[in-house]
Design a binder for this molecule. Structure first.
Ligand SMILES: CC(C)(COP(=O)(O)OP(=O)(O)OC[C@H]1O[C@@H](n2cnc3c(N)ncnc32)[C@H](O)[C@@H]1OP(=O)(O)O)[C@@H](O)C(=O)NCCC(=O)NCCS
Length: 183
């Protein structure tokens, strides 16, 4: 009885401490993160002013993954997992549906530098940004890179190490760089 009570108190205090830690970490930023999602304290979630990050219900954001808004809006649906060393950048905007699995070391990057020239330094050339959409029920294999302007249709599989440069039709499996449909 006493043990149960102590265990309950311990769990409750952990919840309170965790929610205080989350709040102080994200104070003043435009975050909407479901309390039923698990965000590792070793994950990095960063939004600047005029950008936002939304994470739906029952998501898992694993250690050493990063969600960085870079001035854009990132919207993640329900039951999405982001595995270690994966990075989601916000730049031109990211929409990720529900039930999406993102394996380790994936990069989703909705921006390109404007190529430099003798007259234009790369640091002054600016960016083009179109945004990326990932549908429901998509599995992104380890090491894949999803580039700007791409829409990945629902129920698709992106093979390990793929570089996705064009839209992926719903219900397809794509592999390689650039990613091509295999089924
Ligand atoms: C894409 C994948 C799911 C396999 O899909 P599949 O439909 O079963 O495809 P197959 O294994 O029949 O392979 C079809 C062809 O694509 C090739 N292929 C499969 N995956 C590939 C990949 N990631 N990169 C390049 N080629 C690949 C196969 O060699 C085969 O080519 P072949 O016909 O010339 O022999 C799998 O290979 C993959 O990449 N899985 C990701 C694993 C992962 O990241 N796990 C993390 C868990 S969260």
């Amino acid at each position: 009885m006493l043990y149960e009570f102590a265990r309950g108190m311990y769990r409750q205090s952990r919840k309170i401490l965790r929610s205080l830690a989350y709040r102080s970490r994200w104070r003043g930023k435009r975050f909407r993160i479901s309390p039923t999602s698990w965000i590792s304290m070793r994950a990095t979630i960063r939004a600047e002013r005029n950008s936002s990050i939304e994470i739906g219900k029952d998501c898992e954001i694993h250690p050493f993954s990063m969600i960085l808004s870079y001035g854009g809006n990132i919207k993640i649906g329900d039951r999405v997992s982001l595995n270690p060393f994966s990075i989601i950048y916000g730049h031109g905007g990211i929409e990720i549906g529900s039930d999406v699995r993102i394996a380790a070391s994936v990069t989703v990057i909705p921006a390109n530098h404007v190529p430099p020239s003798d007259q234009l330094r790369l640091t002054d050339s600016g960016l083009t940004m179109r945004g990326i959409k990932i549908g429901n029920n998509v599995w992104i294999g380890t090491g894949a890179r999803i580039l700007d302007g791409v829409t990945i249709g629902k129920n698709s599989v992106i093979g390990a190490g793929s570089v996705v440069t064009h839209d992926v039709a719903p219900n397809s499996t794509v592999v390689c760089a650039p990613a091509k449909k295999v089924s």
